[in-house]
Write a protein that binds this ligand. Structure first.
Ligand SMILES: NC(=O)c1ccc[n+]([C@@H]2O[C@H](COP(=O)([O-])OP(=O)(O)OC[C@H]3O[C@@H](n4cnc5c(N)ncnc54)[C@H](OP(=O)(O)O)[C@@H]3O)[C@@H](O)[C@H]2O)c1
Length: 284
């Protein structure tokens, strides 16, 4: 039974992906931000899929020390029950914000959760991914297209614009995938980004202000149900996608921004190492 970690598995797209994977017989280690939501999701899924192999772990992935703590628990679980092999890491947890807010460690929250958390979790899980010749899948967004990385102010400290900060974090998902493929494809690791399209979830209602909530309540009406993008994750995990694929929407390769270059991917990778204090893939 192949083991998959899904972050942000308590609601929206992550919960739908977890369902799709359990139906297919994967063992899922779900990650959520709070104990209560994790317990609720776990018990619902156990009822829906009797005998399914699902366990939830909680931690605030915005905080790097929490990513480290959680990774140690996940590593113990995978070493103890899955011969140390991880088949896929799905970096899906994400957030939107209305104003500038930082994590306890001082990082802009959208950048911290939507990019840095996935970067750090992939670093800690790399030995298991190498053993499992695994996949790393990020939940991206079509909104990355109209954005460049603000190298001189990556956390928007000088002039905060919540939507641009969100879009940049989603561009970072693609740059990270490019950097991973360059560095670890010889180890059998492949990285992809899924564009879920517009999806009817509660993302715009969480820790946001009135305006964002109002706009999101209108916008999400046109969104698909989370089961729709979940199919693309299952597609990537079930079948070996063609060589060179990176960005997928509705189970097909899709076009992405010209700003996704190897040069910027390397630059972001080095910056992310600096901001997380790790040398990617090197155990400390
Ligand atoms: N909805 C869309 O139209 C859309 C479009 C493009 C991309 N996306 C991306 O899809 C991903 C999932 O979003 P969604 O729309 O499914 O929203 P969602 O329903 O709010 O799901 C977000 C998930 O992340 C978890 N989470 C939030 N903050 C966290 C933290 N600090 N630490 C750990 N987990 C945390 C949430 O936990 P709780 O359940 O406790 O809140 C939830 O499980 C995000 O990366 C988002 O950027 C969404």
């Amino acid at each position: 039974m192949d083991t998959v970690i899904v972050t942000g598995a308590t609601s929206g797209i992550g919960l739908a992906v977890t369902r799709a994977l359990l139906k297919r017989g994967y063992r899922v280690l779900g990650v959520g931000r709070c104990e209560k939501n994790c317990k609720t999701a776990e018990s619902e899924l156990e009822k829906e899929y009797p005998g399914a192999n699902v366990r939830y772990y909680y931690g605030d992935l915005m905080q790097q020390r929490e990513v480290k703590r959680l990774s140690e628990t996940l590593r113990r679980e995978i070493d103890g029950h899955c011969e140390g092999k991880l088949y896929a890491l799905i970096n899906n947890a994400g957030c939107a914000r209305s104003w500038y807010a930082t994590t306890e460690e001082g990082y802009e929250q959208q950048f911290a959760l939507n990019h840095l958390a996935g970067f750090l979790l992939a670093h800690y899980m790399l030995p298991c991914l190498k053993k499992g010749r695994g996949l790393i899948v990020m939940t991206g967004s079509g909104s990355h297209r109209h954005m460049k990385v603000r190298w001189d102010d990556i956390m928007f400290e000088k002039r905060y614009h919540p939507l641009l900060a969100y879009k940049q974090s989603k561009l970072c998902n693609l740059l990270f995938a490019v950097a991973l493929n360059k560095r670890f494809s010889n180890d059998g690791i492949r990285a992809y980004v899924v564009d879920p399209g517009l999806v009817k979830t509660d993302i715009g209602f969480k820790d946001t202000g009135r305006l964002v909530r109002f706009v999101w309540s209108m916008r999400r009406r046109r969104g698909a149900m989370p089961q729709v993008p979940a199919k693309t994750y299952a597609f990537l995990l079930d079948a070996e996608p063609p060589e060179g694929g990176l960005y997928y929407r509705q189970c097909k390769q899709a076009g992405y921004s010209r700003c996704v270059t190897e040069k910027d991917a390397d630059r972001l990778f080095e910056l992310s190492e600096h901001l997380t204090g790790v040398v990617f893939g090197k155990e400390t």
